[in-house]
Design a protein around this ligand. Structure first.
Ligand SMILES: Cc1cc2nc3c(=O)[nH]c(=O)nc-3n(C[C@H](O)[C@H](O)[C@H](O)COP(=O)(O)O)c2cc1C
Length: 411
């Protein structure tokens, strides 16, 4: 089966060739080597193993361990998930089995990239170094350091407990870099004040790349009948990690911040669901892209749409390669004080498209500048003198293109 068109979407990331920028992140889609192999066959360029630990036999996952949020829609339409919360731990499969699977994947799929995600606590240099060396010997192309899981593991001094402390993050990075010859990538948690600082510490400790982000610490909701937060495990819950489209804005901000803080390449993660999302991450500085929740919701086959869409976009915009795109939007990201105060916009409502729902009027009246009035037949009109161009009316209008913002002088 041919996936994508004729364009070369390959990327050089830490000196390793990825046939396209799309990688499965460390998560349920990479629970086993067999699954990673199927993903490679579907078109994914690489995959990060579910996080490996040396004492996987002690990991017992609870059930259920997922909750989700969906857009409300008509009952006859499929649900559209915009966030998962998970309370899943690292792999419960033994390290020695994983090493065999890494070896097998390397032999069977020589053109695909295998990244080993590893975790230990910040007081155990031997643990990090042992795992990294063993994965290197088994043939892993890269190591990803899981210093970012926000639930379960921090309680025992691992995961985000390390990534939230720049010095611990640097220490773990240094130990691992010293132990292996393959590139080491540090995976960031978004649950910090400034992810750029942590990334810089890791870069200075020798990291070859940064991946961002892991899930966002979250409680997705409470069952109002039982009063138990979700997901309920025998009547109790624990906070978990949020993923999926809902976290994309947090991830984009993290990637852009890291891109401005470090010189090493970035693997962007968080809410990548469509080729448009992928393009946004590239433009803000990521050069490979990791995906989990979209595959959990729709399977490995989404790679076809991701590749086709990205390729068409690149052709339309005249980008000759992925590297042409990387970071191109960063120069447009400035400090708030550098934004123009001179260019002013004003709202303009298309009466032919208006369905007279009053939403623009109500929101402008109660949360804006009282610039929208209703005519007798409830058609809204904008008082240009009062309108500050804040754009609230445009966002709340349920009809696409009914409200547009125009330069003040052309109104
Ligand atoms: C159920 C589940 C399990 C996960 N397990 C791991 C893990 O073992 N190691 C890790 O580094 N990240 C883990 N993640 C985080 C993902 O790799 C990824 O960083 C996060 O889900 C954001 O990407 P997404 O929005 O595409 O899902 C997990 C995520 C989910 C949803």
């Amino acid at each position: 089966m041919k996936i994508g068109g004729d364009m070369d979407l390959s990327v050089d990331f830490c000196g390793i060739r990825f046939k396209n920028p799309f990688i499965l992140s460390s998560a349920p889609p990479t629970t086993t080597g067999e699954m990673m192999g199927r993903a490679f066959e579907a078109g994914w360029a690489g995959a990060v193993t579910k996080t490996l630990v040396t004492d996987a036999e002690s990991i017992v996952n609870v059930t259920p361990r997922l909750a989700s949020l969906s857009f409300p829609g008509p009952a006859d339409e499929p649900k559209k998930i915009y966030a998962f919360e998970n309370i899943e731990l690292v792999t419960d499969r033994s390290f020695s089995v994983w090493l065999k699977e890494i070896e097998h994947l390397r032999k069977k799929y020589p053109d695909h990239v295998v990244i080993a995600s590893i975790m230990d606590d910040a007081s155990k240099p031997d643990g990090w170094q042992y795992m990294a060396k063993k994965c290197e010997e088994a043939g892993a192309h890269m190591i990803e350091l899981n210093m970012s899981c926000p639930h379960g593991m921090p309680e025992v001094g691992m995961g985000a407990a390390i990534g939230q402390d720049p010095e611990l993050a640097a220490r773990v990075t240094r130990w691992t870099v010293e132990a292996v010859d393959i590139p080491v990538m540090a995976k960031m948690t978004p649950n910090v004040t400034d992810v750029g600082v942590v990334a810089k510490y890791c870069q200075d400790a020798g990291a070859h790349a940064i991946s961002a982000i892991n899930t966002v610490a979250a409680i997705i909701g409470v069952d109002l009948e039982t009063l138990v937060p979700k997901p309920s495990v025998a009547g109790y819950s624990a906070h978990g990690g949020l993923s999926g489209p809902a976290i994309k804005p947090i991830a984009l901000k993290a990637v852009a911040t890291i891109a401005k803080a470090v010189e090493i390449p970035i693997s962007g993660i968080g809410g990548i669901n469509t080729w448009e999302d992928a393009a946004e991450f590239l433009l803000l500085g990521a050069s490979t892209l990791q995906v989990c929740s979209a595959v959990m919701a729709r399977g490995y086959g989404i790679i076809e749409d991701l590749l086709d869409g990205l390729e068409n976009y690149m052709e339309d915009k005249g980008f000759g390669s992925i590297s042409d795109m990387v970071g191109r939007s960063l120069e447009k990201l400035v400090g708030q004080t550098d934004l123009s105060r001179e260019v002013r916009l004003v709202s303009s409502i298309n009466e032919e498209l208006c369905i007279k729902c009053d939403l623009c009027y109500v929101s402008c009246r109660d949360a804006g500048y009282q610039a929208i009035q209703l005519k007798e037949d409830r058609t809204p009109w904008v008082d240009a003198e009062k309108c500050t161009g804040c754009s609230l009316c445009q966002h709340v209008c349920p009809v696409w293109d009914c409200v547009v913002l125009k330069p003040r002088q052309s109104v």
